[in-house]
Ligand binder design. Structure first.
Ligand code: FES
Length: 272
């Protein structure tokens, strides 16, 4: 100790400048329910996606490629005959090909304004809820390393647009059958369409997107196209949390469906 730290009892909610209320907070509702539920949901997805990302198997069943593995950029995924499959990484890449590309959607969600709130509250209790002070003695916000890297969100947004483009391409290809004939539609196709719609809605509802589309304008009247785009993005933005969860669930369900098909659990029911 340097001798300059305040006494532990006079920090955080006990700083002398705050009202001298002995209770840690005055909320009487079940305020812990939301952060606990959020933490449980996020943890479940982390466990599931870690298993799938490292599995390096059961990610392709014609014409469907798991969204966790697309685009497939290593030589080891060349058994796939559908979807973006560029052998950029050659044969030296020994890990699961999902690891190469998952960093982009992962970075996008990790730095997302909503997910930040969710995991700061759920995992770090910083703070756990409105009007419930955090247990930590000091607070530096996102001004220092590593949290200052949250500012990269805008760049992850650009990457997320590319990822959504790739998933759209995969979805178009899900209208072909295993022999590359168009006109196919299976239960997988329906899941792919729903998933890509939710991924796009989540991506476009991003706060950075809203700023890119309509920010820094002095007069909306001089930019009618951007104004309309901004109004559209604003409507989605109001549902950002809902879309964050819906697209998280849909991407997990879509991947799991491909896993079930690829592992031979059952055949894709076909409508056409
Ligand atoms: Fe959530 Fe950008 S703020 S994705």
């Amino acid at each position: 100790a340097t001798g300059t730290e305040p006494h532990p009892d006079s920090r955080g909610v006990h700083t002398p400048t705050r009202a001298a209320i002995s209770a840690r907070h005055l909320r009487t509702d079940r305020w812990w329910l939301a952060p606990a539920g959020t933490a449980a949901g996020l943890l479940a997805f982390v466990v599931y996606s870690t298993w799938r990302a490292f599995a390096d198997a059961h990610y392709y069943s014609a014409p469907y490629v798991s969204p966790f593995y697309s685009p497939c950029l290593a030589e080891r995924c060349q058994t796939m005959h559908s979807g973006p499959n560029a052998d950029l990484f050659g044969g030296w890449w020994a890990l699961s090909p999902a690891i190469i590309i998952l960093v982009f959607p992962l970075g996008f969600r990790m730095t997302c304004y909503y997910y930040r709130k969710a995991y700061y509250r759920g995992f770090w209790a910083s703070p756990p809820a409105c009007a419930v002070a955090e247990p930590h003695a000091s607070y530096s916000g996102e001004t220092r390393f590593p949290l200052i890297l949250q500012n990269l969100h805008r760049y992850f947004f650009y990457a997320a647009i590319l990822v959504a483009g790739v998933l759209t391409y995969d979805t178009v290809l899900s209208f072909r059958d295993a022999h590359h004939h168009w006109g196919h539609m299976g239960l997988g196709t329906v899941l792919f369409v729903a998933n890509v719609a939710l991924i796009w809605a989540y991506t476009l509802s991003c706060h950075s997107c809203r700023h890119i589309v309509g920010g820094k304008l002095k007069h909306f009247s001089r930019h009618p196209v951007r104004y309309r785009a901004w109004r559209f993005v604003g409507k989605l933005n109001a549902r950002h949390m809902l879309l964050a969860w819906a697209s998280l669930v849909s991407v997990g369900v879509t991947d799991f469906y491909v896993y079930l098909l690829a592992s031979g659990a059952f055949d894709d029911p076909r409508f056409f």
